[in-house]
Write a protein that binds this ligand. Structure first.
Ligand code: NDP
Ligand code: OXD
Length: 313
């Protein structure tokens, strides 16, 4: 069995060692420019079109992340890159939900406990206790209740905050008021003090974090965007912060990554920035999951995580 790996900026030796442990029967090679030899499976993150197009023998493509917007954008730009009939399979959690929960809880608690204010006070040498936020007024809305969003909502709920969630199809999650579809979006937003975005980036969700959305939150509100930069209208966030409607934001993802040195977000003290690290792809967990799916596919069994190309996630 031949496996082709493409994962820029990763510790590839680590990935190959994990592959040897979980798929000892496989020969894994790193894709190099000009490699058009057969492969049974491709394990890729934001690959060049030449890696996938017309690849002989390809039985499945494993996306080495949860979000497939990058690879679907490649298909839109170069139609036919994704070979017809070859499933595209995303990572199902694979250790990312716990990381996302840690990140979201940290961001929310940092704001809830007024650490942003105390950081600013410390910078000026000010000792001044501030009134606490009331937990019962601190409704948190989680956009996207999938592999990651559902666990993030459950993790935040453990701190006793009122929790809401929003998805495309109706969901039922213990202790979380669930809303679904465009028709219930406004009701979901109303009274939220914090918005945590865990939607996939699709044509339906592009620019969804915009001035109109912010206006429906309970001011001043806080934003945690850990999904994709394409969800956020950056100028609208800066304007909402300047107007005081949004108190601040924790942003892990950006329209252009890396975020350009001249970007105004760097100079807005109410925005906290991390470089797309809220949930990293973990080699051991990912390869273990993929190995299980390869074994199942080889037996002719079905697997979870097959991307619906029409839906876009
Ligand atoms: P899933 O596909 O498991 O879940 C997506 C959720 O979003 C589902 O609940 C889905 O609804 C909902 N949804 C999709 N479209 C809409 C819509 N138009 N309106 C309302 N709800 C919608 O994704 P994951 O939880 O695994 O991941 C979410 C995203 O997080 C990824 O797509 C990726 O962009 C991002 N991510 C970021 C990382 C980082 O390091 N910053 C790391 C990993 C992921 P339904 O349940 O009805 O289908
Ligand atoms: C992902 C990511 O989608 O790392 O998995 O952003």
């Amino acid at each position: 069995m031949d496996i082709l790996l493409y994962l820029p900026d990763a510790d590839l030796a680590h990935w190959q060692a994990a592959c040897e442990r979980h798929l000892p029967q496989a020969r894994m090679r790193l894709w190099q420019e000009g490699d058009d030899a057969p492969a049974d499976f491709a394990l890729v993150w934001r690959p060049p079109a030449a890696l996938l197009r017309d690849r002989p023998g390809l039985r499945a493509i494993f996306n080495l992340g949860a979000g497939v917007d990058g690879i679907l954008a490649l298909e839109r730009a170069h139609p036919g890159t994704l070979p017809a009939g070859v499933p595209l399979i995303r990572l199902d959690d694979a250790g990312m939900a716990r990381q996302m929960t840690e990140y979201a809880c940290h961001a929310v608690l940092h704001y809830f406990r007024r650490c942003d204010d105390y950081d600013r006070q410390q910078a000026q040498g000010i000792w001044q206790p501030l009134p606490a936020h009331r937990r019962e007024d601190f409704t948190i809305g989680v956009m996207g209740l999938g592999q990651l969003g559902a666990q993030v909502a459950a993790g935040l709920r453990a701190f006793g905050f009122p929790l809401r969630g929003w998805s495309r199809n109706p969901r039922q999650l213990e202790g979380i008021a669930c809303y679904a579809g465009a028709a219930q979006f406004d009701a979901f937003l109303q009274d939220c003090k914090v918005l945590v975005n865990l939607l996939p980036h699709t044509p339906d969700t592009q620019d969804i974090l915009n001035r109109q959305t912010f206006a429906k939150l309970a001011a001043p509100a806080y934003l945690v965007n850990v999904a994709r930069g394409g969800h956020l209208v950056e100028a609208d966030l800066l304007a909402a912060i300047a107007e005081g409607h949004i108190a601040g934001a924790a942003l892990d993802v950006f329209r252009e990554e890396p975020l350009a040195p001249a970007h105004p977000f760097w100079r807005e003290p109410r925005i906290r920035i991390t470089p797309h690290v809220s949930a990293l792809t973990l080699p051991e967990e990912s390869i273990e999951q993929i190995a299980g799916k390869i074994t199942a596919l080889t037996r002719g069994a079905s697997v979870s995580g097959i991307v619906d190309l029409q839906r876009g996630y």
